[in-house]
Write a protein that binds this ligand. Sequence first.
Ligand SMILES: C[S@@+](CC[C@H](N)C(=O)[O-])C[C@H]1O[C@@H](n2cnc3c(N)ncnc32)[C@H](O)[C@@H]1O
Length: 386
Amino acid sequence: MTPGARVSAAIEVLDAIAGGLAAEQALTRWARQSRFAGSKDRAAVRDHVFDVLRQKRTAAHYGGSEAGRALMIGMLHGQKADLDALFTGEGHAPMPLSEEERRFPQTPEDRATNLNLPDWLLPLFDTALGEKADAAALALQERGPICLRVNTARIEVAAAQELLAEDGVQTRANPLTAAALTVTEGPRRIRNSRAFIDGYVELQDAASQAVVAGLPLGGRVLDYCAGGGGKALALAMDPSRQITAHDIDPRRMSDLPLRAERAGVEISIADREQVVADGPYDLVLCDAPCSGSGAWRRAAEGKWTLTPDRLTELTGIQDQILDAAATLTTAQGVLAYATCSLFREENEARVDAFLTRHPEWKATRMDRFDITSEGDGFFVAQLTRD
Ligand SMILES: C[S@@+](CC[C@H](N)C(=O)[O-])C[C@H]1O[C@@H](n2cnc3c(N)ncnc32)[C@H](O)[C@@H]1O
């Protein structure tokens, strides 16, 4: 595909998203209908679409509307791309820009547009992050790093780096935690690399790894909101832990047995009844459902689809999860609460509300991970009984 044809494809996908499809669905549907597109074409179209979603407000400002074509024009104008070289009307390239489309407005003046945030989120960023708010919002406009977790139960970090390099995946150490690597070259080769197939490395954000790396070692551990099992697998790198994974939606854990087998670790999967029967546990991790705002570089739609009502609903769920998980924690045990949210409402405020409801508990640690070129935004608190 020519660069212009890739832009046309991105416009088609953006229109499908505007019509109600989720970004991943829209991309998959386009890829199925476009068998001629190679893997580089698919990656380029995907990059265009996610670049726009991360910067949708400025793209709409420059492009004049939220239609796919306008968003692409606005985003590429913001990137100072040569629009006339892409919008040629030749082959599958989009039609040349009209006179009206060439009349670009001045740089936006209001802060929310410049930061590519909906207005209502600005105060939440300010409350949670203070003087770091703008930097966090700007970081959300960039692509996130691709990170790996070395399965240190089975291989040393340097040996894993060598193995990856043999398959064309170059990495560097990530400062957030010892087992984390940042991929500097060959990210698309990871899934076919020996290191990945043989379970020596897993794809996992470095801050997500750091959350787990700070938890106590050993004992009986319950990952109460295990989802795909990223944190359960990271917990399992400590062979002295006995891990149980649970999720209200067991389908989310469907890949976990295979991933555990690949990693050479044991993780039991349990439903709520079994978890209650087998409890209490020395460590209960609640990696709670949240806005995902710390990871909006990777799932940029969330920034535009989150609503105040949904946020309130999420905080209610987070409270319920903490209350339920507390009853599953031993008297001397640790209850860990984590989110990939930036917002106070989902983080410190949930811990405060829990401590008000349960005065016999105290917070022994609270850590925030900023969104950086090393990892996503995360929050983790460790709670124990007095
Ligand atoms: C942030 S995701 C977990 C991600 C996962 N820990 C990882 O690292 O890959 C949150 C998970 O919580 C689950 N969940 C939502 N409500 C729950 C509840 N009341 N009890 C247990 N799990 C719940 C969701 O189904 C979702 O899979």
